[in-house]
Every structure is written in structure tokens, then in C-alpha cells.
Design a binder for this molecule. Structure first.
Ligand code: ADP
Ligand code: ZN
Length: 627
């Protein structure tokens, strides 16, 4: 018998049969409906599932919230044997297992938090063939005794979740993921499916090489996230105050605020609490137990705001996050899409709002300069940072810019980001830019931004004879101080000016010489945004289609709230997050449809058989009370 322990599978013959046979996919669809309560597959799910059902390896790249987990969960249920899922984080496993159990699936996890009794029971279920899905960590799986035991078990598939962890080019690199390449020879007859949301070609190449998926098909979904409403604005004034304003304009919603340092997360969380928002800070400097507690509190809350560093990320599968605010900008467009992508996973509208400034750009560039890596790697990183700021400070659709960055072609504007809504107008500021660049040149990189602006306006305090004698002194009367500051900032974003950190008192000098020359020759135009306040991220406006969190008509609001209250008490009793019982969207559908029978309830999205059996009566009763 093959070392995979598999009496099943796969010669070429059976492959051909599987390919021609539509039945497995029908079985998959049936499970999608009955167990998970969804009416049809989304995006590339059906293609990926068909591939795995045919016993072949694959790599699937789907955006966050794209429904990656069903791609391995369903084949695990259709194919005989145990579905093995490798996952990098306990929180992620816990969440998925809880949700599966709610849907009536025999799923369990084996990780360092599981006690001996439960472990023994799980192994009993594995070996008796009762278990359908087992979640393990990479280091847990690769222990020799574990591998030995699993090799005696028929496996339906091996899924490697968050597969980008294998690559140094991806985020969240996890060295222990590299060991997973050995699964190819250890389980040669078991289909392996790698899934991730990190798309770039380089990471994909690494995944294929490291996980031995050469020659397997790649399924790459569109990176469109139509539910995300994007906006960005330059930092002005007090960022903390701005964040409090943005959050308090979105009451009773769950959100994530990303900040660049541990101190800032603490400060922002406190400021939000002072404003009456239930906010928690989260960063790697906190005790592990406190972090776990806060994560749990956030996941289980109906509305809470997590103020976090990027230590908070992978494994945060809360589907009803309604906004992600970057109080400091992300590291690159990949990180942006992943972090903003944590909003709106349930498919309902959600916002991504980014605050950024030229100081953030300078800081990012300086950090790259200080890194102990190859010059070519540095250049690649600098390019990525520049591309991020070009998107943030640009003037055409943000969603389209991101998708093009990921290599999508023929992308249409999203029609709902701040830039699509046409609130940003630009005017030609090439002449002003020439003045600012000349001034920076004449001042010989000896002063900061404020002084450059004063110089252009001829307003420098206690000006020296030398400075007052320069030809650029006071030549900038056509713009206000605010406009000059804006333009200076933009020139920094465009790399025409450069800031020298100078121990926290940055000095402005000329940037890329070739580009500066092009501006002077008039070959490169500088378009400037018309401020003020036009591009500001606003609170969600009522009445605009798609802007409300979950669509509940005013007449159904009371029933919706009653259903949420019932769900909250049920979740509390079971110690699970509310959304594993029913998503907001399902409750909204129930509130609108007001089902009078189990059959009517079963027809709604998100109501599978197990949930109908468990909660059907209770839900019908809540609805009945409103009859
Ligand atoms: P991710 O790709 O981020 O891991 P998940 O697998 O967690 O995404 O799925 C995101 C959400 O989409 C989940 O709430 C899931 O229930 C829902 N979902 C997945 N597939 C479908 C589908 N075919 N129809 C409706 N909802 C789906
Ligand atoms: Zn747009």
C-alpha cells in the first residue's frame, strides 16, 4: 500500500474519471447548501474545489473574505478520510473549529492549548474515522510521532492555510512553514491545497517551490472587494483628535485602528475610551494572556474598537468589522489591502480610512536605508513604499490602483472611494513647484519645511541678510502658507524633495535630480490637489446606497435588535463569538422575511441544517413575539 495509508486514489484512470464526473461537485454544492446554508459558490470556489475533488494539488489565491476556508472544508467532507488543515495561529483554528461545530461538522484541533483528555478523545475520533477535519500547527504536524500516526490514517486532503507564511517576500514569514515541503513525499497520494490572500508573483513562486507545488494549477481571484469604501487623507493637526472624530462618527460599530507604535495604541485607546468608545489596545509588548483576553473580548463583542499595531492581524476573522482606520499608514500596498481587508469580511459595506503624511514617508524610507539587506532588496522596498504613497496621495480610484498593482488588467474605477466620488480636484502647480524647488536649492538643505514656506512667503522671522538676498526670497505670494505646506508635502511624496532626518528636526533638500530637472524644463507637470477638506474622509452618509452597515429597514429594526439580543445571550452561554451562531446579515434577512415556519427559515442565507435544528425554534419564537 502507498505510504499515504490511502487505499484510495489516484492513478491516471481515476483522475480521468473524476474529471469527467460532475457528481462530486454536485455533492459539494449540496454540502454548501445543507451544512453551510449558502445558495451557491462564490468566485473561484467551485473551480478550486473541483480540482481538489479530482485529487490534484493546487494553489488558490483569494482575497481576504473571499471564502478560502470552504475551499478545503467542503472537499474534506466530500472525499473519504480526514481533512488536515495546517494553520499558523491558535486563534484562527479556534475560530474555525467553533464555527464548523456550530454547523454540525465533526472538526477538532490539536495544539498546545488542548489538554491530555481532549487530545486522547480527538485521536480516538481520528482513528475511528469519525472526524472530518483536523486543524494543526505546522510545528505540531511535523513532529515525527504525529506524522507516523497520521500516515496510518486515510486523509482526504492536506490544506495549508496562510501559505504565504512560507515566503520571506510575504508578510508574516514563519520559518516553520518551510518544513511543510516534506509533506509532498510523506503523503504522495493526498491532494495538497495551499491557500493565501497574498498575491504577488514572487510570493507565489516561493509557495510553489517551498511547498513542492510545481506544475499544479494556480487559481488567482480578482482582488476586488466591492464592499470596501476607501478613503485617505493627509494628516493635519492632531491625529489623535482626528481618529476620535472618525470613530465617534461611527457609533456602535466594530472597528480596528492601526497605529505605528505601542505607545500610540495605548494613547489612542485611552482617548477613545474617554470619548465613550469601548476601545482596547493591542500590541506585541503586552503579556500574552492579556493579548488573548483582549482578542477574545473584541471577537465576542457586538461593537468594540481594537487599537493595535500590526502585531494584530492574522487570525482576526471577525466578520462584522465595519471600519479599519490607519492612524499611521501601512508598510506597502500588500499590507494595506490585507489590513483594510479585515473590514467587511461578511460582505457588507465597510470602510478603510488612511491617514498619512510626508513625515511617515521619510520615516519609512529611512528605516529601509538602515536595514542590513542587499541593495537590490532595498531598492525593491523603496519602490513599494513609493507605490503606496502614490496610491494614497494620488487622484484616481484607489481600489483600481490597488488591483492594478496586483496585476489585474482592465480594472474599472470602483465608483465609491473618495477619489471616485469626485471630491478631489487638481490644478496645475508646475510653476509653484519650480519656485519651491529653487528655494530648496538656494537654501542648500539647511532648513526644515516650515522655514522653506516662510522663505517663499518672505515671512522668515529675524531673516539674515544672506537669506533675504536670495532670489527666491518672498517669490511665493500666489499661494497661502497652508497651500505651500501642502505642495511641499506633495513634492516629498513625489520624490522631488527629500527630507534628511537630522535627529528629528528634518531638513529639506532636493530629491531625485533627474526628476527635478524635468520639472524645471517643464517636461514634468506637477498637479496639485485643491484642498481644503474636499478629500476628507467623512462619516458614513445615511441614505446613500451601500453605505449602511447591514440593510435593515426601519420597520424591521426592533426585530433585528431582538434577534441580536437573543444571539448575544446564546453566544454568552456557549462561550463563542456571536457571529458563529448567525451573522448579522442572516439576522437582517430573518428580520426582513419574518419566517413563520422552519421551512421558511431554512430558505434564508446562512441557515444550514444544524443551525436550523439547534436554533430554529428559538428564532421562530423571537420572530413570533413580534407577529
Ligand atoms: P477568507 O477567505 O478570508 O478565509 P472565509 O473563508 O472566512 O474567508 O469566508 C468569509 C465569509 O464569507 C464567511 O463569513 C463565509 O461564511 C462567507 N462565505 C464563504 N463562501 C460563501 C458563499 N459561497 N456564499 C456565501 N457566503 C460565503
Ligand atoms: Zn474608486
Amino acid at each position: 500500500m502507498a505510504p499515504g495509508g490511502g487505499a484510495r486514489h489516484i492513478g491516471r484512470m481515476s483522475l480521468a474519471v473524476a474529471e469527467a464526473d460532475p457528481l462530486p461537485l454536485e455533492a459539494a454544492r449540496d454540502i454548501l447548501r445543507r451544512t453551510f446554508g449558502h445558495s451557491d459558490f462564490r468566485g473561484l470556489q467551485a473551480d478550486v474545489i473541483a480540482e481538489v475533488l479530482a485529487g490534484r494539488n493546487a494553489l488558490a489565491v483569494l482575497p481576504t473574505g473571499g471564502g478560502k476556508s470552504l475551499c478545503y472544508q467542503i472537499p474534506s467532507l466530500v472525499r473519504p478520510g480526514l481533512g488536515l488543515v495546517v494553520s499558523p495561529l491558535i486563534a484562527l483554528m479556534t475560530d474555525q473549529v467553533a464555527a464548523l461545530v456550530q454547523s454540525g461538522v465533526a472538526a477538532a484541533r490539536l495544539d498546545s492549548n488542548i489538554d491530555l483528555d481532549e487530545r486522547a478523545e480527538t485521536w480516538r475520533r481520528i482513528e475511528s474515522g469519525e472526524l472530518d477535519l483536523l486543524y494543526v500547527s505546522p510545528e505540531g504536524l511535523m513532529q515525527p510521532w504525529m506524522l507516523d500516526r497520521l500516515r496510518k490514517t486515510p486523509l482526504a486532503l492536506i490544506a495549508i492555510d496562510e501559505a504565504h507564511c512560507v515566503s520571506q517576500w510575504g508578510h508574516d514569514f514563519r520559518p516553520e512553514y518551510r518544513m511543510l515541503g516534506r509533506l509532498a513525499e510523506l503523503f504522495p497520494n493526498v491532494p495538497r491545497l495551499a491557500v493565501t490572500a497574498t498575491a504577488d508573483a514572487r510570493t507565489r513562486e516561493d509557495i510553489r517551490a517551498e511547498l513542492r507545488l510545481e506544475g499544479s494549477p494556480e487559481f488567482v481571484a480578482s482582488f476586488a472587494r466591492p464592499e470596501l469604501i476607501l478613503s485617505a487623507e493627509r494628516k493635519r493637526g492632531n491625529v489623535e483628535k482626528k481618529v476620535v472624530e472618525l470613530v465617534t462618527a461611527r457609533p456602535n460599530r466594530s472597528g480596528v485602528v492601526y497605529a505605528g507604535s505601542r505607545d500610540k495604541t495605548e494613547g489612542l485607546a485611552q482617548a477613545l475610551r474617554d470619548a465613550g468608545v469601548p476601545a482596547l489596545a493591542y500590541h506585541a509588548g503586552l503579556d500574552k494572556r492579556i493579548r488573548a483576553e483582549r482578542l477574545e473580548e473584541f471577537l465576542e463583542a457586538d461593537a468594540a474598537v481594537m487599537v493595535a499595531t500590526i502585531a494584530f492581524g492574522m487570525g482576526v476573522d471577525k466578520p462584522d468589522v465595519r471600519f479599519v482606520i490607519h492612524a499611521d499608514p501601512p508598510a506597502a500596498i500588500e499590507a494595506y489591502w490585507q489590513e483594510v481587508g479585515r473590514a467587511g469580511r461578511d460582505g457588507d459595506p465597510a470602510e478603510g480610512i488612511t491617514l498619512y503624511g510626508a513625515a511617515d514617508l521619510s520615516w519609512a524610507l529611512r528605516r529601509i536605508g538602515e536595514r542590513d539587506v542587499d541593495e537590490t532588496v532595498k531598492q525593491a522596498q523603496v519602490r513599494k513604499v513609493r507605490q503606496l504613497y502614490a496610491m494614497l496621495d494620488g487622484s484616481s480610484c484607489r481600489a483600481a490602483a490597488v488591483r492594478r498593482y496586483f496585476g489585474e488588467e482592465g480594472v474599472e474605477p470602483c465608483g465609491q472611494c473618495d477619489l471616485c466620488l469626485g471630491t478631489v480636484e487638481t490644478f496645475d502647480a508646475t510653476e509653484a513647484a519650480q519656485k519651491a524647488l529653487s528655494a530648496a536649492h538656494r537654501l542648500q538643505g539647511r532648513f526644515g519645511r516650515g522655514r522653506l514656506v516662510d522663505h517663499l512667503l518672505g515671512k522668515t522671522k529675524d531673516v539674515s541678510d544672506w537669506e533675504a538676498g536670495l532670489s527666491t526670497w518672498g517669490i511665493g505670494q500666489e499661494l497661502s502658507a497652508v497651500q505651500w505646506r501642502d505642495l511641499t508635502e506633495q513634492l516629498l511624496f513625489e520624490g522631488l524633495l527629500r527630507e534628511d532626518p537630522n535627529d528629528g528636526r528634518p531638513l529639506v533638500g532636493l530629491g531625485d535630480a533627474e526628476a527635478v530637472r524635468a520639472v524645471f524644463r517643464g517636461e514634468r507637470r506637477v498637479g496639485m490637489r485643491k484642498h481644503p477638506e474636499g478629500a476628507e474622509a467623512r462619516a458614513p452618509r445615511k441614505g446613500r446606497k451601500g453605505r449602511e452597515a447591514t440593510q435593515v429597514g426601519p420597520a424591521d429594526q426592533a426585530l433585528f435588535e431582538a434577534l441580536r439580543a437573543w444571539r448575544a445571550s446564546e453566544a454568552k452561554a456557549q462561550h463563542v463569538p456571536p457571529y458563529v451562531i448567525f451573522h448579522d446579515r442572516t439576522l437582517a434577512e430573518i428580520a426582513a422575511a419574518k419566517p413563520g415556519s422552519r421551512a421558511a427559515l431554512a430558505r434564508l442565507n446562512g441557515v444550514g441544517e444544524a443551525k436550523l435544528a439547534h436554533y430554529g425554534e428559538a428564532v421562530l419564537q423571537v420572530v413570533g413575539n413580534f407577529g
